[in-house]
Structures are given as structure tokens and as C-alpha cells.
Design a protein around this ligand. Sequence first.
Ligand code: TYM
Length: 324
Amino acid sequence: MKTLFSGIQPSGDIHIGNYLGAIRNWVRLLDKYQCIYCIVDYHAITIEYDVQEMLSRIIGAATVNIAAGLDPEKCILFRQSDVVQHTELAWVLNTVTPMGDLERMTQFKDKSRQHASNVNAGLFTYPVLMAADIMLYKAEAVPVGDDQIQHLELCREITRKFNNRFGEVFPEAQPLLSESPRILGLDGKSKMSKSLGNTISLVDSPELIREKLATAVTDENRKRRKDPGNPDVCNLFTMHKGFSTAEQLKWVDEGCRSASIGCLECKKLLADNMLADIAPIQERIAEFAKKPDLVRQILDEGARKCRVIAEKTMDEVHGVMGFK
Ligand code: TYM
């Protein structure tokens, strides 16, 4: 089986964008690849964060992922800082990564604007650490949302540069997009994102989710109930695709275009379906919350397995670099 790698930051509540764009796809891929999933705590420190909250965020992110279906019997789940070779390989890769390529990264430009008082070198070399995450395990597939595609293109470029300089050590990793690679936030404009505060979280209460959906922006050209709407430009319809049946999608699509249903009915159906989908996840999260030690054990066991692979790769890297 080919190896697959992906990661998620422990930087706040995991939201519907993470779920539809990545995690649900990760679960579906469990039987097709040897899957390695990572809580990327070193990536999360490139912006300001609360030291007191970090550990509970790491455990929280792992808990949500396991509850959403990342069965530790079927994949490796671990945290990045438990396997030192991630930062070690990142340093090596820094030396084959052109500055100009890093300067072009749109996420770096966006984050530099959002965090203007803290534009640190870690934020700049963030994609190099991502490349190290992937390459350490010689992963060939990387399931992500579309905001990470540019980083993966750079990872492939870094792979080529390394292989050209030192010999064919690493495969070029391919991105795998889910059916919902880009979910917008409640404002219907920008990407749903922890840092923009426009999210529906997987741990929000049913009441809060209904309330958030009720205020979510739909097709802005549909001003009145009797105006026909356009589902193609409505973020709510994108979310429906993640939670509703083909028959329900048809009902929403036709109803919206002909104005036979209003946004309220559309939102109610979406809320019902979303809540039905995530209720079992929330139940499992509540169960795991009673046993934080179990989640830690799963992460420790995952790190133990990863270290074996990581040591072997670094040994090979040191060999081709003339260190041995
Ligand atoms: P992060 O933590 O921002 O997001 C985790 C995953 O969720 C996807 N995602 C979305 N998909 C659709 N719509 C959205 N609104 C949305 N928001 C987030 C992301 O694309 C991602 O797949 N840099 C990565 C973490 C990382 C990584 C890696 C990923 C570190 N090393 C190596 C792949 C391989 C990140 O910040 O993800």
C-alpha cells in the first residue's frame, strides 16, 4: 500500500471546513493507503498562541479526529513535536528551497497581513516544515483542502531539487482533494477559517449551529423570498452537498431557482442533516473527554511508530548528503 500523510493544526476548534475539506476524506482513505495523520503543533506556533491552552488544544484536536473516524487501529495518529526528525529534515530542506518560491506563497502574504506585528521566519519557512512532514514518510498522497495546494506544489518542487542534487530519495507527493475542497465561512465570502472567526465548529451545540446557520449569508442577489436564487453561488448549497442526499439536493436546487422554497427552509434542512451527521461524533468526543489519558496513549503509540520510519529516512538522507 502507498503511504499517505496529512496534518491539522491544533489552533482552535475544528470546523466544518476542516471536516468536509479534509477529515471526512481522511476517514474514507483509511483502507486504501497506509495513512499517517499528524497534529502539527510546530506549525501552530508560527502565530501568537496561548501557552496555557496549547496542550489541551493538541489533545482536543486529536480527540475530534479520532471521534470523527480516524481509527487508531487503521492509521497512525501522532503529534509532530514528538518526532524530532520533522524539524531536522526541515533544516536540510531549507537549504534546497529558493527564497523566491517562499515569497510567492499566498498564505504567507495573507498571514503576514493578519499578524503584521509578528512576521517571523517560521511563518516564512512554514511550507518547508510541511514538505519535511510529508517527505519524512516518503508519502505519495496528501489529502488536503484547496488552500494547501500551493504548499504541496512547493513540496513537489523541493522534492525535485533535493533528488536532483543528492539522488532519487523521495517520491513526488500528489495532492488529493475532497468533494468539498473549499468551504466558505458564515459571511459567504472568505474561507471558513479558525483565524477569521467565521466558523461552525464540530463541537458547537445544536442550538448554536442552528443560530449560526440562520444568520449565514446566502445568495446576496436573492433579496426577497419571491426572488429566484442561484445555488451555484450560495455557500449554503456547497455545505448541503456535504450533508444532504441527491434527492434533497435536487429539491433545494430546483426550489431555490424557482423560488418555491425560501432560504429559511433550505437552512432548516441543512441544519437537520448537519446535526444528524455530527451528533455521533459529538457523542464520541464526550466519551473521550472522560479519558484524556487514552488519547495521549494513542498519540504516544503513533509517535513510536513514526520514529522508526523517520530514523530510517534521516539515515538515508545523511548518507546521500555525504555525512557518513
Ligand atoms: P489546517 O489546520 O489549516 O487545516 C487542516 C485541513 O483542513 C483543510 N481546510 C479546509 N478545507 C475546505 N474548506 C475550508 N474552509 C478549509 N479550512 C481548512 C485544509 O486544507 C487542511 O487540509 N498546513 C496545514 C497542516 C499541515 C499539513 C502538513 C497538511 C502541516 N503539515 C503536511 C498536509 C501535509 C494546515 O494548516 O492545515
